[in-house]
Design a protein around this ligand. Structure first.
Ligand code: CA
Length: 225
């Protein structure tokens, strides 16, 4: 998933960026609210992690601005202070969850996964579509209960399409799931990856859940639950 991290403490920002990237996410990590607003206006994100104590514009104001821009992705706030007013104000401003510093990375990851799951309308950590099962925690796909050998990129594309099942997903969106915003991207890569993914899903039983919508993108046709 594509994450926006807004944290002014460089050490923590870098730590979050590397751990979340290791966890299979594409992470845009910025040190202030202005840069975060720019990122949010220019690109799409699936979730934001926002530190409340930022230099210049505060984290609270940033959340208000993001919501005013109709950015509906889940927001997890980080607060150094444990007082309840901060949490209440953050949630009132439009945040969805909070974490008090210092925290264990595992807790952040668990909350983030729960927020991502809920925002795509799933209540469980497994998404099922016919013979296909996606284990979101293990990042593994099973077809007829047999593990599918997918590369990290193929898995990310499949997860994104399944999270947005029965919706047309633009190639650009899929590219955002693979590369940071400032990296050069080749749209042909998506075609190659989707082609490989289709062959692996098709196997012997002919399971073909991914349609091409000419000029628009891809559609995962099977209902996911
Ligand atoms: Ca701070």
């Amino acid at each position: 998933m594509k994450l926006l991290v807004v944290e002014d403490e460089a050490l923590l920002r870098h730590h979050l960026q590397s751990r979340l990237t290791e966890g299979g996410h594409v992470v845009e990590a910025v040190g202030d609210a202005e840069e975060a607003l720019y990122q949010a206006e220019q690109f799409n994100h699936d979730l934001a992690i926002v530190d409340l104590g930022l230099p210049g514009m505060s984290g609270l104001d940033l959340i208000g601005r993001l919501r005013a821009l109709d950015k509906t992705f889940p927001i997890l706030i980080l607060t150094a202070r444990g007082n309840w007013q901060d949490k209440v104000e953050g949630l009132a401003a439009g945040a969805d969850d909070y974490l008090v510093k210092p925290f264990q990375f595992e807790e952040l990851e668990a909350r983030l996964n729960a927020l991502l799951r809920r925002s795509s309308g799933f209540t469980q950590a497994t998404i099922v579509a016919g013979p296909l099962r996606l284990d979101l925690n293990r990042k593994q796909a099973l077809l007829d209960d047999q593990p599918l050998a997918l590369t990290a990129y193929e898995y990310r594309i499949l997860e994104y399409l399944m999270r947005h099942h029965q919706q047309v997903v633009a190639k650009e969106r899929l590219m955002e799931q693979l590369y940071p915003n400032d990296e050069e991207r080749d749209p042909n890569v998506i075609e190659v990856l989707v082609g490989r993914l289709r062959r692996k899903l098709e196997g012997d039983r002919g399971f073909k859940p991914i349609d091409t919508v000419r000029g628009l993108g891809y559609l995962f046709t099977e209902r996911c639950r």
